[in-house]
Design a protein around this ligand. Structure first.
Ligand SMILES: Cc1cc2nc3c(=O)[nH]c(=O)nc-3n(C[C@H](O)[C@H](O)[C@H](O)COP(=O)(O)OP(=O)(O)OC[C@H]3O[C@@H](n4cnc5c(N)ncnc54)[C@H](O)[C@@H]3O)c2cc1C
Length: 476
């Protein structure tokens, strides 16, 4: 028989990523007795430090969007506001088997706005990326009746209906693969960019719709980081949790959560099963991961895998930052296996200073072989094989020779990102999870799996969830 743990927490937080850490911190600072359980061997989740020799780097999230101000507010509370650093405004590039061009500005998900035809400078930037055939696709969008494509559900169908395969493969797919590790055919544009189809009907072209949306709500493209690495935030939070008396259990996976009848006082109302066979009761649960159930994950719910490979290279030729802050990969790309590369020492001045003269940090990411695959295509490669692959890709993407002998250190990390809400069919599942939680007393959901990818979504979501369970005035 499973034995309940003797000390019951008032709040059990499932998952020790930034969402779980913030939830535990906020509740504990209101006097709540908190237990945080984390399946892995360290806190921080997708914010993680790695070492390239003596050089610490971020191998997960490396920045935060300034949109909404929630992450900056957290940094202020932590006394880290002076460490906030801006990226260099160099822009990124898109590379295919035969082309390399700066990514045109002014688009949305890579779809150009109508300035790309009307303004000479913008037109020449788009032309460099898509050529005459791509410009012809943009002209076509302007001539078609507005209703063409307006009922398309996925992003690929919409772009193909209005523009064509060159714009799709050279501008749109590189962005969706780089950001979500998913093809445009897997993404629901109505979730990704609500109102795009309505604007298409209103303005008569997809490029016009993009321009209108950009005008009414400029995308939250502004990002910042913390000098020294985002992982410093996690280290500080971990110290705070200890000071607040939060109990943290690493290496502990929750395998089931059930509403428990509880004693008549109605106190302990949730029963949680752990992977070591133990069970426990908790008054309230805040889950930052999909609440574990025995149901197999459906297609739309499956995590999206990616492997990040970071290299420290001696390559003074990269001092000139030949591809801005980094590169996305367009079609066709048979000669390139990576989906994106960040030139970290070009993007962040603090990291350049830390790396030293002539030294560069490159971060490549690898998605699955085919969109929807369960493992990154680097799965099964040993470190030497991965190093050779990463050097070959970096050389093609940066347009300069990079040999394995130039690499001073390498780090690798496989990530499994929760399927984004914009994956076809996923939004319905998330709505179901939210309504089930709302119907239960003492269960709250937060974190990237339900609130969306990125710290600008995760932080406000988790604060709302804690306030729902423990209203601040009720604690006074
Ligand atoms: C490579 C990469 C780059 C990124 N770049 C950026 C960026 O530049 N800017 C940005 O804003 N965002 C970025 N993100 C996204 C950002 O990191 C996440 O949105 C955020 O960190 C998620 O925090 P979380 O706590 O919700 O989830 P996670 O960090 O995933 O934490 C969840 C934790 O729960 C644990 N867990 C899972 N199941 C269980 C269980 N059953 N029981 C107990 N514990 C469990 C996991 O081990 C994990 O530690 C990036 C992500 C990755 C992977």
């Amino acid at each position: 028989m499973n034995q309940p743990h003797p000390e019951q927490p008032e709040l059990l937080v499932i998952g020790g990523g930034i969402a779980g850490m913030l939830a535990a911190r906020r509740a504990a600072s209101r006097g709540v007795r908190v237990l945080l359980v984390e399946a892995g061997d360290q806190l921080g989740g997708m914010i993680r430090r790695a070492q390239l020799g003596d050089l610490p780097i971020d191998i997960g999230a490396e920045a935060f969007a300034t949109k909404g101000g929630a992450f900056a507010a957290l940094l202020q509370e932590l006394g880290m506001l002076d460490d906030v650093a801006e990226p260099r405004a160099l822009g990124s590039w898109v590379v295919t088997d035969g082309t390399a061009a700066p990514m045109p500005a002014g688009g949305l998900l890579g779809i150009p706005g109508d300035a790309s035809l009307l303004d000479a400078e913008a037109r020449s930037a788009v032309h460099a990326a898509v050529g005459d055939a791509g410009i012809a696709e943009l002209e076509r969008d302007r001539l078609l009746p507005p209703e063409i494509g307006a009922d398309a559900r996925d992003l690929e169908a919409l772009v193909l209906a209005r523009m064509g395969p060159i714009v799709l493969g050279r501008l749109v797919a590189p962005v969706t693969r780089g950001v979500y590790s998913l093809d445009p055919s897997d993404l629901d544009h109505r979730v990704l960019v609500p109102g795009l189809a309505d604007r298409l009907l209103e303005h008569g072209s997809l490029a016009g719709a993009v321009a209108a949306l950009r005008k009414s709500a400029p995308p939250g493209a502004a990002v910042r980081t913390v000098a020294g690495g985002m992982h410093r935030v996690v280290a500080l939070l971990e110290r705070e949790l200890a000071e607040l008396g939060v109990e943290v259990r690493l290496g502990t996976r929750v395998v089931a959560v059930r509403e428990s009848a509880g004693p008549s006082s109605g106190d302990e109302s949730w029963s949680v099963e752990l992977d070591d066979g133990a069970s426990m009761l908790a008054q309230r649960i805040l889950s930052t991961v999909a609440v574990p159930t025995s149901e197999p994950a459906s297609e739309g719910e499956r995590a999206v895998p990616a492997e990040v490979v970071a290299l420290l290279v001696r390559a003074p030729q990269l001092d000139a930052r030949p591809r801005g802050t980094g590169v996305l990969v367009g079609d066709p790309s048979a000669s390139i296996r990576a989906k994106a590369l960040t030139h970290v020492t070009a993007k962040w001045a603090w990291q350049e200073t830390a790396a030293g003269a002539g030294m560069h940090v490159l971060r490549l990411s690898y998605g699955p072989e085919v969109s929807g695959g369960a493992e990154p295509l680097t799965d099964g490669l040993d470190d030497d094989e991965l190093l050779d692959l990463a050097c070959a890709d970096a050389a093609r993407l940066l347009g300069t020779a990079i040999a394995a002998d130039d690499v001073v250190a390498m780090a690798r990390q496989v990530w499994r990102l929760p399927a984004p809400a914009a994956r076809l069919g996923r939004a319905e599942t998330l709505r179901g999870a939210r309504s089930a939680a709302e119907a239960s007393v003492g269960l709250a959901l937060a974190g990237t799996w339900i609130d969306g990818t990125g710290l600008a979504s995760v932080v406000p979501g988790v604060l709302r969830a804690v306030d729902g369970l423990f209203p601040a005035d009720a604690q006074a």
